[in-house]
Design a binder for this molecule. Structure first.
Ligand SMILES: Nc1ncnc2c1ncn2[C@@H]1O[C@H](COP(=O)(O)OP(=O)(O)O)[C@@H](O)[C@H]1O
Ligand SMILES: [Mg+2]
Length: 223
């Protein structure tokens, strides 16, 4: 499903050159849940940004569902990000003045789905992540951190992406809630047949994913 080959990203800053991602190659299959661990500054966020086409690699290739992301032009990249990738962030990044349901409906609206489908799909996904009843019509500020992250996960799944990228998704949650979010991601990878890659600091959580990769100074070491 995802195949990364010799991926490198170099930044040229005032103080010199930094190779944030250094010749990384790996493969993750469909429906697999992989974690990436590594110290701060080891290149985790840069790697996720490349996979999500938020940034362009200096060299190497990224193949997602048969498409070479590194070679796509801007127009194709916008489509790829919107339809093939779901993002989950540490700070949830929900739209504060929209309800949980409306937040999940938003990417469906961008994808041009009809109103009735949007509502049904969003209700179904929120139910899948364990949010029912009036919680679906609450705004983010009236939900707990764990619940907000569940909404963000439902939103990431909205357009049935091939790949979900999660950067420290449990970084703002207590240990027990974080564990529940990882268990949820794990079961969704299987039920939605989506590949999930999550960056985490938490080794106990990382140990429970299908595969664990470690980044060290931009280089990948399979655990
Ligand atoms: N836009 C940028 N410009 C220059 N250097 C960067 C940029 N983004 C990241 N870096 C550098 O690349 C390295 C990896 O950063 P990052 O991917 O954010 O690590 P992590 O997410 O593992 O903490 C660090 O040395 C960081 O300072
Ligand atoms: Mg980071």
């Amino acid at each position: 499903m995802l195949q990364v080959t010799d991926l490198t990203k170099t930044f040229h800053a005032a103080h010199g050159t930094v190779t944030a991602v250094d010749g990384v190659s790996f493969k993750v299959g469909k429906g697999q849940f992989a974690s990436i661990i590594g110290k701060s500054g080891s290149g985790k966020s840069t790697l996720l940004a490349l996979l999500g086409a938020l940034d362009k690699p200096s060299s190497g290739s990224i193949e997602v569902a048969g498409n070479n992301v590194a070679k796509m032009r801007d127009h194709a990249l916008i489509k790829y990000r919107g339809q093939q990738i779901g993002f989950v962030f540490q700070n949830y990044n929900l739209v504060p003045n929209l309800t949980a349901l409306e937040n999940v409906m938003l990417p469906l609206e961008f994808a041009g789905k009809p109103n009735k489908y949007r509502k049904e799909r969003a209700e179904h996904l929120l139910h899948q992540v364990g949010l029912d009843g009036d919680k679906q019509t609450r705004k983010p500020a009236r939900l707990s951190g764990g619940e907000q992250q569940r909404v963000a996960i439902a939103r990431a799944l909205a357009n049935k992406p091939s790949l979900i990228l999660a950067d420290e998704p449990t970084g703002n949650l207590d240990e027990q809630t974080g564990q529940m979010i990882f268990d949820l991601l794990h079961s969704l990878a299987k039920s939605e047949e989506t590949t999930i890659i999550a960056v985490t600091h938490d080794l106990s959580i990382a140990g429970k994913t299908d595969e664990t990769f470690k980044l060290q100074d931009g280089k990948l070491i399979k655990q």
